[in-house]
Design a protein around this ligand. Structure first.
Ligand code: PLP
Length: 382
């Protein structure tokens, strides 16, 4: 069955971005590919295979369910998981070589024998991570557990609040805090081999944050993480659909719910079979655009759950013609950054919001050895 809308993921672009980011990382720093949230919507397994074949040596996920998906697929690369309560199946992680982040004293208490951990310190993001006041005691206890052979501390890490805002003083403050945290850990007897702090923006713009490993998320998928800094990334996802209804309408025709768009001339309206259930934000109503036949056309009226209408003017559009919702930005099509601006959000939310019923199709040779073919379809998960 032919899908009416699909997300085409260019794994060669993902591979290119991985190589580029690994090249930007400080000499000796490993690259962790952050493949949480279904690989930022691109499909965790194809992305994982592509990045591991092109320079990344670690995978980063949030939940143990995501880690399990990677291990169940036979991917045995190092994995770090970092977001869960205290009652998750940590013994599974220990058995399957998945490193665990420890972000509260209670999490340290919950670690079973045999786990490998990365201690996460809150250096100023005020989100996850061990509170500053708890850090000295936590590293003392972790060092003690390590001496007794109960667990292994492989990493100390933290996350930056504002690396994508060049010159923001919080970056420097967090770097200082991180150094202090490392010194406190060293005093307790912990000098783990992996100190890590840098996200995509810091890879590109804050070399002092690279340490032993960098964690690349957004940039892997081709979005430049810092405004005004062009690293040379390639956008990996193209969201496209086929016209499922085309009609000529006269001036004064109300379009879609509540007729919030009214035609001002004879024009062609084209129905696109993707809506907010597929990740097309409702905020694109009367504001966004798509490309048809290399021409930008505005979204006319309300985006509905499953569909929206485009005003194609006098373009010659036929049923089944391709509509590019967003893509690499090489032609007339909008980019995911433009979609994000129209929807008053960030590109992460657009990419991770592409619905589960939109099939992902893969092009490129980056993961060909595992795929056995240059192009294949994979069912989206969850
Ligand atoms: C802890 C952590 N590290 C790294 C990343 C990757 O960040 P970015 O997408 O900015 O590269 C994320 C993503 O949000 C994260 O939560």
């Amino acid at each position: 069955m032919q899908p009416v809308a699909e997300a085409v993921v260019d794994l060669d672009a993902v591979a290119h971005n991985t190589r580029l980011l690994s090249g930007l990382a400080a000499p000796g720093a490993a690259t962790m590919a952050v493949v949480k949230a279904n690989g930022f919507g691109h499909g965790v397994l194809p992305v994982a295979r592509a990045v591991l074949a092109s320079g990344a040596t670690w995978l980063g996920v949030t939940s143990l369910a995501e880690a399990r998906q990677v291990r169940d697929a036979g991917i045995d690369a190092p994995v770090l998981a970092w977001l869960y309560g205290t009652d998750d199946d940590f013994a599974w992680a220990a058995r399957h070589g998945v490193d665990l982040s420890v972000s509260t004293p209670a999490h340290l208490d919950a670690m079973p024998p045999g786990v490998t951990v990365h201690l996460k310190v809150d250096t100023g993001l005020t989100r996850n991570g061990v509170a500053w006041a708890d850090w000295p005691d936590l590293v003392r206890r972790a060092a003690d557990l390590e001496r007794r052979g109960t667990l292994r501390v492989r990493g100390v890490w933290s996350h930056l609040a504002s690396a994508d805002d060049p010159g923001n003083p919080s970056v420097h403050r967090q770097l200082e805090r991180f150094e202090e945290a490392l010194a406190v850990a060293a005093k307790a007897g912990l000098e783990p081999p992996l100190r890590h702090l840098a996200n995509s923006a810091a890879i590109v713009d804050v070399p002092a944050a690279h340490y032993d490993l960098v964690r690349a998320g957004l940039a892997l998928y081709g979005v430049e993480p810092v405004d005004g800094v062009v690293a040379g990334l390639r956008r990996a996802m193209t969201l496209r659909a086929r016209a499922v209804n085309v009609k000529r309408v006269p001036p004064g025709t109300g379009v879609s719910y509540l007729h919030q768009y009214v035609t001002d001339r004879d024009t062609t309206v084209v129905l696109v079979p993707a809506g907010y259930a597929d990740g097309v934000p409702r905020l694109l109503s009367n504001r966004g655009a798509v490309a048809i036949g290399g021409v930008r056309c505005p979204i006319a009226g309300r985006v509905a759950m499953d569909q929206f209408v485009v005003d194609a003017g006098d373009l010659d559009v036929a049923l089944g013609d391709e509509i590019v919702l967003f893509g690499p930005g090489d032609g007339a099509e909008p980019t995911v950054e433009e979609w994000a601006a129209w929807a008053q959000t960030n590109p992460h939310e657009i990419l991770t919001g592409i619905g589960a019923r939109v099939p992902r199709t893969y092009i490129g040779n980056a993961a060909a050895p595992s795929f056995g073919a240059a192009s294949r379809k994979e069912q989206p998960h969850g």
